[in-house]
Design a protein. Structure first.
Length: 178
């Protein structure tokens, strides 16, 4: 099974939510591959980048984010680990790590505990270069403005709201990937 075949399993009906998921994920996938192509020295797995970027937000339908047609019951911040659970159960643990670790600029166990976040108590910071690149590329695209890419400054400003730790990671990624 191709991992991308999971999308119609959880999004069987063509509707606004599926359109948002596919449009956003395709933007993230394309940016990830463009960056990988500009940096052959990093030896990134572009097939994996595409697949994992297409799946990184698969758990959004389980959350309550009515502005983007998500009618689930969980807080939106849970979409990463919820999607990871789905993808892991389907037999794609490497792709699941991307789902789990892409929120914000990654979320440390310390942040989870200190902010009393409603997610499992474990490190959720991207580790592999592919995990880091997809997380980075995701910061340039919102699900509410599908037609535009944020500038690095705008992406940085969004991340700054959540603390210095993620901002430092994003700045390192700017140096590595841009």
């Amino acid at each position: 099974m191709n991992p991308i075949e999971l999308i119609p399993t959880y999004y069987p009906v063509d509707n606004e939510l599926k359109n948002i998921l596919l449009t956003h994920s395709e933007s993230v996938a394309q940016k990830s591959i463009e960056i990988a192509d500009r940096h052959p020295e990093l030896k990134l797995d572009t097939r994996f980048l595409y697949e994992a970027a297409m799946l990184h937000d698969i758990g959004i339908f389980l959350t309550d984010a009515k502005g983007i047609y998500c009618l689930g019951t969980h807080p939106y911040i849970c979409h990463g680990y919820l999607g990871a659970d789905l993808v892991r159960r389907a037999g794609f643990p490497r792709h699941a790590r991307v789902c789990e670790r892409h929120t914000g600029a990654g979320i440390s166990l310390k942040q989870i505990v200190e902010q009393n976040l409603p997610i499992p108590h474990r490190e959720m910071i991207p580790e592999s270069l592919e995990e880091q690149l997809i997380c980075f590329a995701d910061k340039f695209f919102s699900k509410t403005h599908l037609d535009r890419e944020k500038s690095p400054e705008a992406a940085r400003k969004s991340i700054a709201k959540y603390g210095e730790e993620g901002l430092e990671r994003f700045d390192r990624w700017c140096e590595l990937f841009l």
